[in-house]
Design a protein around this ligand. Structure first.
Ligand SMILES: [Zn+2]
Ligand SMILES: [Zn+2]
Length: 655
């Protein structure tokens, strides 16, 4: 309906413009299907459109120039020409069957191998015929019950099986939950990696730590660049986030455009002056987006996320009100803009800035080197030089805002830092909210600092803003993209469902929204989206240098040991004579304090000895059975006596 109006009106326009618009309309038609949603939207928008038509057109005129610049994109559209034909047919008469006959395999498969129903280890996969594209490859952090586990990475067995199809990994930004798994997955797959300068700079640092035995193919892109990989072409588009140089990615596939938001917020007065490229996103929206994948982190929060710039004012107030104190600020190491503001404020108040903490030094070093930060002359000093300055001439920027044990702030609080000892002359600012799950750790540090008479600013002072979009910003993204189908990503189940509600509020029919789990496959052609089975997905646990060698059984043992401790029964037997030659001796760890429980330990020994003798006298010579009997008898006895179930480990030797 709306299209007819457009055409009718066009006749009054000058010929050249008409032609351009006809082309554009044709393109739009090719991409956007005559879905019921379009109709509905068209109807509701019809009135406004009539009025807006003229202004829109005038606005559109400069657009072709922009498009000229972005030559890669139209070229891709040229390539796509074979595809639109069946789609055109479909418009005149719905013959999906015929279409299937002409290209049965030509469906786009989209799946997440991480980042759904969990926070972290984000990894999206797009697959079309013989081409696979990966967006982000992050790590997650272990739950409380994963004892001793350092990191969690996605199960990529599906990618390993299809390694020859993978054309590349695209990175939206340099946060751990988006790039952290790369050093591990490169051990089995090694596709080229694409990301912006800062993202790849941080990744290079990480890879250097691991000293990988393989060659890494890093390709630097800038916002606005398009890369072509197999059947796909992907354009990186600027977004704002709590790290510099972040992008969302519009991926043109043979069946339509997939828009992946990455992590984003809309900051209209960003620190580096680069605002999210809403114009470009809107252009994709106007031409038709098939699938929108959008992050859900802050979908539960109404309103807008404040600009990073608001932190500047808070910092200024803190510095102004504490002229005598040494100021120590803990924040996320990757928040380059936050650190930039800390440096600016310090310089303004004549303070030197020292940086401590390995990841902070890494990221800030990279950012300064690549020109993402502007540091005034002689403001940065080495942490070893702080002794030369008075406390009120110093700002120290540190890691540890999440209370991480071994972080620089933790070591300061517990007198374990080589250069910094906290005292009542210090003001500590925690410029970060505790990530859910870290509250206890953060509380522990704060308590310890108060104990030392340190002045601490945390939640109550406005020294942190989120890097993620709140509801109004998410709505804006939806309104610009106007996708045919939508998949909320990056969030726990409640986030994903809230995001579904938001999309429905924005006018999307519920049956076009797909709340998925990791490994679930969505299959799309130009006009439909269906769930199509699953691929293997899950979490691989990383403990020290071991990747995936700690499974459920090991974790169960660790939990068992942690809860009730261990009892080892050592004995030597002669299976020929069926005699117990020595022992059984009882060793216990983490069960009871032996010196105060000698009586109990003596009883344990008696039970073990009786069990062993009884089994041997019964003629049992199978090692597993002998051991199992000792375990059963002992654990029964210990449970009635102590209500505890320690792990029991019999070690029986034969001579
Ligand atoms: Zn992020
Ligand atoms: Zn993230």
């Amino acid at each position: 309906m709306a299209k007819k109006q457009t055409e009718a009106k066009k006749q009054t326009e000058p010929a050249a413009l008409q032609k351009k618009q006809a082309e554009q309309a044709a393109r739009t038609r090719k991409q956007a299907e005559p879905a019921p949603k379009e109709k509905r939207k068209a109807e509701s928008a019809a009135k406004e459109k009539k009025q807006a038509e003229l202004t829109v057109r005038q606005k559109k005129q400069p657009a072709p120039a922009v498009k000229e610049k972005k030559q890669p994109a139209p070229a891709v559209k040229e390539k796509k020409q074979p595809a639109p034909v069946p789609r055109e047919k479909k418009q005149s008469a719905p013959v999906p069957r015929e279409r299937k006959q002409t290209s049965p395999a030509s469906k786009l498969r989209v799946m997440m191998l991480g980042g759904l129903n969990e926070i972290g280890k984000n990894l999206a996969v797009l697959e079309y015929e013989n081409d696979i594209l990966i967006v982000d490859c992050g790590l997650g952090f272990p739950d409380d019950d994963m004892l001793g586990i350092d990191l969690v990475i996605p199960d990529i067995s599906y990618l390993e099986k299809n390694a020859d199809k993978i054309r590349g990994i695209l990175l939206t930004h340099g946060h751990e939950d988006h790039i952290g798994a790369i050093p591990y997955v490169l051990r089995t797959i090694n596709p080229p990696i694409y990301g912006t300068r800062l993202t790849l700079g941080i990744l290079k640092n990480k890879l250097a730590e691991q000293k990988p035995p393989y060659k890494v193919q890093l390709n630097t892109v800038a916002a606005g660049d398009t890369v072509r990989l197999g059947a796909f072409s992907a354009e990186f588009i600027r977004v704002n986030h709590s790290i510099a140089d972040a992008c969302c990615i519009a991926i043109t596939t043979p069946v339509g455009v997939v828009m992946h938001s990455g992590d984003f917020k809309i900051d209209v007065s960003p620190i580096d002056g680069e605002m999210m490229d809403l114009t470009r996103i809107g252009e994709y929206g106007r031409e038709g987006v098939l699938l929108f994948m959008c992050e859900s982190t802050n979908v539960g929060r109404p309103g807008h996320t404040p600009s990073e710039r608001t932190i500047g004012a808070s910092l200024n107030a803190i510095f102004m009100n504490n002229p005598e104190k040494r100021i120590i600020i803990a924040t996320f190491s990757s928040n380059v803009h936050r650190v930039q503001q800390i440096i600016n404020t310090s310089a303004k108040y004549g303070r030197k800035v020292a940086i401590t903490g390995r990841s902070m030094l890494n990221v800030i070093g990279t950012a300064v080197e690549l020109g993402y930060m502007k540091v005034p002359d002689k403001v940065l000093i080495d942490i070893t030089e702080i002794g030369r300055y008075k406390p009120n001439q110093l700002t120290i920027v540190t890691t540890g805002s999440q209370g991480e044990p071994m972080s620089a702030l933790y070591r300061m609080a517990f007198s374990d830092h080589n250069q910094v000892e906290l005292s009542p002359g210090d003001l500590v600012v925690l410029s970060a909210h505790a990530i859910p799950g870290n509250e206890k750790l953060v509380g522990k540090i704060i308590n310890e600092m108060y104990r030392r008479g340190v002045n601490v600013y945390h939640e109550e002072a406005e020294v942190h803003v989120s890097g993620h979009a709140c509801q109004e910003e998410i709505k804006m993204f939806h309104a610009l993209v106007r996708p045919q189908f939508f998949m909320p990503i990056h969030g726990e189940y409640s986030h994903l469902m809230q995001h579904k509600e938001l999309a429905e509020y924005m006018g999307m029919p519920a049956d076009r929204i797909f709340v998925c789990d990791i490994g679930q496959v969505l299959e799309l052609d130009g006009s439909s989206c269906k769930r199509a089975g699953t691929v293997p997905a899950g979490r691989i646990l990383v403990d020290g240098y071991g990747v995936g060698d700690v499974g459920n059984i090991v974790l169960r043992d660790r939990r068992h040991l942690a809860l009730d401790g261990l009892i080892v029964v050592v004995a030597t037997v002669d299976t020929d004579t069926r005699a117990v030659l020595s022992g059984p001796d009882i060793i216990s760890r983490g069960f009871v304090y032996v010196r105060e429980s000698e009586e109990l330990m003596e009883e344990v020994r008696t039970v073990a000895r009786d069990s062993l003798r009884g089994t041997l006298e019964d003629g049992v010579l199978e090692w597993t059975e002998i051991k199992q009997n000792i375990k059963d008898d002992l654990s029964k006895y210990l449970y009635t006596r102590t209500k505890r179930k320690p792990m029991i480990l019999p070690v029986i030797m034969n001579v």
